[in-house]
Design a protein around this ligand. Structure first.
Ligand SMILES: Nc1ncnc2c1ncn2[C@@H]1O[C@H](COP(=O)(O)OP(=O)(O)O)[C@@H](O)[C@H]1O
Ligand SMILES: [Mg+2]
Length: 307
């Protein structure tokens, strides 16, 4: 398998250096589709049905996509289909051209996963061993494993945690350890289930910085399931909305959060800034700025007459 020849200098980063022109222009000219979910219906053992039909969900290379929906709308179910933990009763799921429930092993090193409950995915007795788990299972030599782990520890700024027992770490630290394990092969796609839940504001910001850094510097596409709408504009270029009617909407965060009726039907609250601007004078469907600077400018222009 390709990845057997991995060295710390291989992969996208090398491509970057060799072909800066191609990489720079690629996303604008021909964004390649890496995920497609088409009209999936899932039925759990107890007959609970989850409808993920409606719009197709697509993810392209380098893209950051949020999955929005209220509790029980099917976000986790959708993510489990992407990583092959569930099999669709109807519909199709393709990730890098394969059906994950049939052959996830073929794309395992290209897809990182951070489950909602990171305790369930932390397996090593120390942070080092935990991050080393996948490289070891691929049969890399201990010196190669060491280089890969050290690089991840540095990337995520957790070198000081190397010898700690993961079980005793704080929630934010555990998230970073799980993330280091998920990113150790520099995958092209990272799937995260409610990554911000339970983190303090600083840990949340650090996590978003890491995700955006890997997106920009290492061509990592993101799929982030979250109900934390205030963070969506900071980690997503596009969002899909799930409701009991399936995948009901797609758009930029600004487009999604400007649709009051859609949000009401899907039982999603708009980000606090969108609510404020809508209350002031926002027209339904208007692209509202969702960051503090943009909102301040909008208020100056539309409400206080430039003052
Ligand atoms: N293992 C399971 N067995 C039965 N029903 C389940 C199971 N997991 C999830 N569900 C149900 O499927 C629906 C979607 O759940 P889930 O995908 O976890 O939603 P979300 O992640 O958006 O909160 C819910 O009605 C939930 O109760
Ligand atoms: Mg969930």
């Amino acid at each position: 398998m390709e990845v057997g020849h991995w060295t710390p200098d291989s992969g996208h980063r090398t491509l970057d250096l060799l072909m800066p022109e191609t990489i720079t222009h690629h996303p604008k000219t021909l964004p390649r589709e890496i995920v497609r979910v088409h009209c999936v219906r899932h039925v759990y053992e107890d007959k609970t049905e989850v409808n993920l039909c409606g719009l197709d969900m697509l993810v392209h290379e380098d893209e950051r996509v949020a999955i929005l929906g209220s509790n029980g709308s099917g976000k986790t179910t959708l993510l489990y289909h992407l990583v092959g933990l569930l099999r669709p009763l109807e519909g199709d799921v393709h990730v890098f051209g394969i059906e994950p429930h049939r052959a996830f092993a073929q794309i395992r090193e290209r897809v990182g996963v951070v489950l909602q409950n990171v305790d369930a995915q932390i397996v090593g007795p120390t942070v080092y061993d935990d991050i080393a788990f996948s490289p070891r299972s691929y049969g890399f030599s201990e010196s190669q494993v060491g280089r890969m782990v050290q690089e991840m520890l540095a990337e995520l700024r957790i070198a000081h945690l190397k010898d700690r027992v993961p079980h005793y770490l704080s929630g934010g630290e555990k998230k970073k350890v799980a993330l280091a394990g998920a990113l150790v092969f520099y995958p092209q796609l990272l799937i995260l289930d409610e990554p911000f839940t339970g983190l303090d504001p600083q840990s949340r910001d650090e996590l978003m910085d890491i995700l955006n850094h890997f997106n920009q510097e290492h061509h990592l596409a993101l799929v982030v399931a979250t109900h934390d709408v205030d963070l969506v504009p900071r980690v997503a270029d596009r969002a899909y909305v799930l409701s009991q009617h399936g995948i009901v909407a797609e758009g930029t965060p600004a487009q999604i959060f400007a649709q009051k009726e859609l949000l009401r039907d899907a039982r999603i609250e708009a980000p606090i800034l969108a609510q404020l601007l809508n209350r002031l004078d926002g027209r339904d469907g208007e692209d509202l700025p969702l960051d503090v600077d943009g909102a301040a400018a909008w208020i100056k222009k539309n409400v206080t007459g430039g003052r």
